[in-house]
Each structure stands twice: as C-alpha cells, then as structure tokens.
Write a protein that binds this ligand. Structure first.
Ligand SMILES: [Zn+2]
Length: 433
C-alpha cells in the first residue's frame, strides 16, 4: 500500500469513528489507481464488527470480502479486466495456457487480444459481454443463466469451462453493467432494470439493512450514469435513507453533474509516486524494456495497473504504424501520404469500438510527440524547429483526443488529424504543405 493510500485510510477511519463521514462519498483518481479496492475497503470498515476495522476476520468483513453480503451491492462495468495469476491459469491448463485461452476466446467467452502468458505473472483477461447477454424485446441484458447455458453448450473441455466459471465468478457476485448506468438500474423499473432480482440501486438503499449496521452501494465509474440516472440519484442524496452508504468512483469527476459532486464527500485517490511505478513493472512483467515500460506508464496515466492492461503486441504494432505515419507526414509525397493516412484511418471502422481505437491512436501520438520533444531539446536549444514542431503536434493531438467520444466519426477524426499533422510538420520544416 502506498503512503498516500495509507493516509487516506487513516483519515477515513477517524471520520467513521466520529461518525462524521458523509452518507455519500466520491472517490476520484485516475483509472487503475485502486479506487475500487479503496471503495470496498471503506465499505468493510463501515460495517466491521471488530475492534480494528476493517479487521478482516469478523463475519461482516468476510461476507463483504466475498462480495456475497445481502447488504452490499457493487456495480461494475463488464469491460474492466479480470486479473488472473498465470500460475493459477497453469494449474488449470498444464498442457499450455495460451492454447486454452485462445480456445476460450474462440468460443466467445474472452475478448481478444489474449495477453502473452509467458511474459506476464498476472494476466489481464476481458470477459466477452456477449456471452452473458440474453436477447429480450428491449435492450439485451446480462443474465447468469444464459451464461451458464452457453458455457454448457460450448465445445470447451471441462477444465476450460471451470476456468471460465472461476474467472467470471467475482463478477457474478456483484452486478455488472454493460456500458452505461441507465434509469432502469437506478430505480429497478422496466426492461433491463432487474439487478439480479435486487431491483435497482435506489430501492436497495432505501430498504432496512438485513444484517448489518448499514446498506452499502458501490458504483464504479459513476460517470457512466446517464443524466436521467444521475437526477434520480440526486433525490436520494438530498435525503439519504437512514443507514445507507453510497460510494461512487470516477476517473472523470468533471463528467458528473455539479449537484452530484457537491452532495458527495470527495476522497482523492492518487497514483503512486514515480519510483514506485518504476519498480511496479516487475509485478506485471517478467522482463520488460524500461523504456517501453515508461511509454506504457505514460499511456496509462502513470498508474502501473492501467499501464499493464495494455496489450504489448498490439502496442508495438500500433506504435510502428504511428511512427511510420509521423515519418511520412513530414517527408512523403502528398499522394503517398494520403494513401497511408487513408488506410490507417479506415482501420478503426473494422473494430467493434472505433472511438476506443481512435483514442488509443491519438494517445500514441501524444507519446511520440513527447518523445520527440525530449530528444529535440537534448540535441539543441529549446525553441528549435524540431522541438516546436513536436510541441505543436502534442497540443494538437491533445485537442483531437477530446473529440474521440462515442458518437463521433472516428475515421474522419483520424483523417483530419493526419492532414493537420502534415501541415504542422511541413510548416515547421519550412515546406509548403
Ligand atoms: Zn471486521
């Protein structure tokens, strides 16, 4: 545990002891900085019956830890990776982890790309939400029985099925949501509203605790609430039911309504300091080039876990493409560059989530521009043309990145970025564009 996290926990314990902690708490910090763990820790501390909360041994602590408590409700987006120890995977598949994981992905239970099990002691695996979906008249909804039926009917071997079950289990004891938290999850009403029979966040909070002192709800990535859902939650925040305790986490605090933010007590979760993040590489990779780890950290907002979620093969491939385009933007004849740019931009449409790939690609240009700026300032005085060009590319990529959101035309976004990239680089080199 980092020092900052330790201080945060001590402060929370003080507030719990003096019963001055608000009914609603907003944990904010970068993705992967440990907000979910911190939220569950606070939830345990709030219900613990031991002398030193959270003691970890009392019945309340254990029941919360196993996510099986009737007074705990956790909502988590299904696209978050599940971290599996490679050794654990090996115990299931002594014949070869890679082959087994590829088969499981092939049957639609895990999402490609599968991380390389040889180079990693911890594998970030992503469950494929389609394996949990049941088609209904309205929007498709997550359904455990549908998942079990699909698993049984698949051609996977017993060990592979058992592995899928175990990987999915933590998620099965909490409540997954697909991409956004709509009004149905909030109120429990209507199609797609049933939280595994627990009928919505608000009714859950409003009921009397079954066994504990408090009813605890954790909503991860709360910025994914729709405005309608946020407004529904607001009423509860204004008059919190007795014994209710709401923990929201977000890495995009600014995306929440002002009124939600102002009614929650803010707890900041900070990323670990740089010396700690440098050492953290060993937790996630057996051997990784320090320069490459530095790049991953930059892309992962300085948070090791977020950096380690990035697929290395994909990163290297994308980086090569971006380097190539960067080079061509500066020096290729315009027709040749236009062709390369067109191909690069078009590729995003072949993926299931074009805006995600577009955002990843623009982030990569931030990284390349930053590297070039560092190199340029090492080679000549700052303010030199190469440095200025790199700085401009950085600023422009930053602006373009904010445009990569659901609903935008991602291909067009990349094309426009590429055109401007060339203009910036040619102008810096004194060319005519
Ligand atoms: Zn306890």
């Amino acid at each position: 545990m980092s020092e900052a996290m330790g201080a945060m926990k001590a402060a929370v314990l003080d507030r719990l002891r003096s019963e001055t902690l608000a009914h609603a708490v907003l944990l904010d910090g970068p993705r992967g900085s440990g907000k979910s763990e911190a939220a569950l820790w606070i939830g345990r501390a709030a219900v613990c019956e031991g002398k030193k909360p959270p003691c970890g041994t009392c019945e309340a602590c254990r029941s919360f830890e196993g996510l099986s408590d009737l007074d705990l409700l956790v909502l988590r987006p299904i696209d978050r990776p599940v971290w599996v120890e490679r050794e654990r995977a090996e115990s299931f598949f002594p014949g070869g982890v890679r082959e087994a994981l590829d088969r499981i992905a092939g049957e639609g239970f895990l999402r490609a790309p599968i991380p390389d099990p040889v180079s990693r002691p911890l594998l970030p695996l992503r469950l494929d939400p389609s394996s949990f979906l049941r088609r209904t008249k309205g929007s498709p909804r997550l359904d455990r029985n549908a998942f079990e039926a699909r698993l049984e009917a698949s051609s996977l071997e017993d060990a592979e099925k058992a592995f899928v079950r175990e990987t999915a289990r933590p998620g099965l004891s909490l409540e997954w949501y697909i991409s956004t938290i709509g009004i149905g999850l909030m109120t429990g009403a209507g199609e797609g509203g049933g939280l595994g029979g627990r009928s919505g966040i608000l009714p859950f909070l409003g009921r009397r605790p079954a066994a504990r002192r408090r009813k605890v709800v954790v909503v991860e990535e709360a910025d994914r609430m729709t405005e309608e859902a946020e407004n529904a939650l607001l009423k509860t925040l204004e008059e919190p039911p007795p014994g209710s305790f709401l923990l929201l986490t977000t890495s995009r605090r600014e995306a929440l309504l002002d009124t939600i933010r102002s009614r929650c007590e803010r707890i900041r979760v900070r990323p670990p300091p740089p010396d700690e993040t440098k050492r953290a590489a060993a937790r996630f990779f057996h051997a990784i080039d320090p320069e490459e780890w530095k790049s991953l950290l930059l892309l992962g907002e300085g948070v090791p876990r977020q950096a380690a979620e990035i697929d290395l093969d994909l990163f290297r491939e994308e980086r090569k493409k971006a380097e190539d385009l960067f080079q061509r933007a500066a020096s290729s004849p315009v027709a040749e560059y236009a062709l390369a740019l067109g191909t690069w931009a078009e590729e995003v449409e072949e993926t299931g989530a074009p805006e995600t790939l577009a955002a990843d690609r623009l982030s990569l240009f931030l990284l390349l521009a930053r590297e070039r700026a560092v190199r340029a300032s090492a080679e000549g005085p700052a303010g030199d043309a190469p440095f200025a060009a790199a700085e401009r590319v950085f600023a422009f990529a930053h602006g373009a990145l904010s445009g990569a959101r659901p609903g935008t035309n991602s291909r067009l976004l990349l094309e426009e970025f590429g055109v401007e990239l060339r203009r910036l680089l040619r102008a810096a080199a004194g060319g005519k564009g």
